[in-house]
Design a protein around this ligand. Structure first.
Ligand SMILES: CC(C)(COP(=O)(O)OP(=O)(O)OC[C@H]1O[C@@H](n2cnc3c(N)ncnc32)[C@H](O)[C@@H]1OP(=O)(O)O)[C@@H](O)C(=O)NCCC(=O)NCCS
Length: 148
C-alpha cells in the first residue's frame, strides 16, 4: 500500500501547499493563491503528503478538442526525490487523464529541470516543442506520449 496520502486542494491549507510545491519547482512562474484557486476549478489538482510532510503535487489538465489531449504533470520536492514518489504521482495523474477520456497525453517540463526531463523521457514521452513564453529566459519543453 502507498505510504502517501493524497488530497485535492479544496481548503486554504492544501491550496497553499500545492502553491508552495509549484513555486519552488517553477520559480520563473510563481502563482498566487487566486491563480491556484482558478486552476483548481478547471484542472484536477492533488497534493501528496508523507504523514504530515508535504511531498509533491500534480496537475491534470482534462482532454481538449478533437484530439482528446490531456496534460499530466507530477512535481516532487527535491528532498523526497528518488524514492518512487514521482512515479506514483505521475501514475495517478495518468489514470485520471485516461478516466477523463484522454486519447493523447502530454507533459510539460521547464528545461532547467533535468530530473523532470529525464523522468519524462524514461517514461516514453517524446519532445514535441521547445519555446520561450514572453519574458522567459528558460525554455519550456512540451512532450507527448506515443499512442498506446
Ligand atoms: C519528475 C519528478 C516528479 C520525479 O520525482 P521523483 O520522486 O524523484 O521520481 P521517482 O523517485 O519515481 O523516480 C526518479 C528516479 O528515481 C529512481 N528511483 C525510484 N525509486 C527508487 C529507489 N527506491 N531507489 C533508487 N532509485 C529509485 C527511479 O528509477 C527514477 O530514475 P530515473 O529518473 O533515472 O528514471 C521530480 O524530479 C520533479 O518534480 N521534477 C520537476 C517537475 C517536472 O519537471 N515534472 C515533469 C515530469 S511529469
Amino acid at each position: 500500500m502507498s505510504e502517501l496520502r493524497f488530497q485535492q486542494p479544496c481548503d486554504e491549507a492544501a491550496l497553499a501547499d500545492w502553491q508552495h510545491v509549484h513555486n519552488v519547482i517553477i520559480p520563473t512562474h510563481p502563482l498566487s493563491l487566486d491563480d491556484v484557486r482558478e486552476r483548481a476549478g478547471r484542472n484536477h489538482l492533488e497534493v501528496a503528503y508523507l504523514g504530515d510532510e508535504l511531498v509533491g503535487c500534480t496537475t491534470v489538465r482534462p482532454p481538449v478538442d478533437e484530439t482528446r489531449t490531456a496534460t499530466v504533470i507530477a512535481r516532487v520536492l527535491a528532498p523526497h526525490r528518488g524514492r518512487g514518489f514521482g512515479a506514483e504521482l505521475y501514475g495517478r495523474g495518468l489514470d485520471r487523464a485516461r478516466e477523463l477520456g484522454a486519447d493523447v497525453v502530454e507533459t510539460v517540463v521547464l528545461s532547467s529541470n533535468d530530473d523532470g526531463l529525464r523522468f519524462a523521457l524514461k517514461r516514453g514521452f517524446v519532445e514535441i516543442e521547445r519555446y520561450l513564453l514572453p519574458g522567459d529566459t528558460i525554455p519550456w519543453i512540451d512532450l507527448r506520449l506515443p499512442p498506446r
